[in-house]
Design a protein around this ligand. Sequence first.
Ligand SMILES: Nc1ncnc2c1ncn2[C@@H]1O[C@H](COP(=O)(O)OP(=O)(O)OP(=O)(O)O)[C@@H](O)[C@H]1O
Ligand SMILES: [Mg+2]
Length: 249
Amino acid sequence: MRKIAISNQKGGTGKTTSTINIAYGLQKKGQKVLVIDLDPQANLTASLGISDNTAQKNIFHIMKNECHVNDAILDIRNVSIIPANINLAACETEFSNIAGREFILKESLHEISDFDFILLDCSPSLGLLTLNAFVMAEEIIIPVQAEFLALQGMSKLLETIEIVKNRINPSLKISGIISTRYDNRKILNREVVEKLETHFADKLFSTFIRENISLAEAPSFGQDIFTYRPDSAGAKDYLSLCEEILKRS
Ligand SMILES: Nc1ncnc2c1ncn2[C@@H]1O[C@H](COP(=O)(O)OP(=O)(O)OP(=O)(O)O)[C@@H](O)[C@H]1O
Ligand SMILES: [Mg+2]
């Protein structure tokens, strides 16, 4: 079972879009996938058309030990989803006095075993929820938008990953960096990608996710790109990325 956190504390770099479409791409490749929305913004949950039903169990209930994991898992087109909602924002304060609070997610999900992949959609922060993701995961995938300031903040992210790896989770590693919203016509995009290649060498996936309007439209229909526009550049790119992810195991 591969446990992958999709993380970058910079906002809007394509974490949620990548989590959804990697999940469905891997499912198309025959993998059994569980996706966990770990962001209080709950964009992933909403993007899959899951309504913010207050009776619905979500990841916060699991972390608070208020429900069993299986009671929160939804099946959406053959991918398992554990949703989130805005209440998850209280997590930082709710758990602030608990010793070992960075282990809560890992411990509350320890019974899960029958998946090939667990993907964690992280929020744009390096707070407690992301820390919990880094403790539970064995791999981190970092989506980066090749724009000005893309690399700013990366050193803080890398430093945090290094600290978690050294102190808590020795098996944690960055398994890849995705260049997202790539537009070959933009000189700046090409320059930033060159920098990423210099800094991260073979960590950078050779598939770039191109800027593609269908990727931005699909969530308003509650759909992944393979359902919404199977012939789009976005579908091709995410499927090719999934092939690389499968090879990197
Ligand atoms: N390849 C792409 N082409 C076009 N639009 C994209 C692409 N990738 C993402 N987007 C759009 O960019 C915006 C930000 O993407 P997304 O929500 O995936 O980023 P995020 O990193 O999860 O953001 P946050 O940090 O707020 O969680 C969304 O409106 C999304 O539809
Ligand atoms: Mg997001």
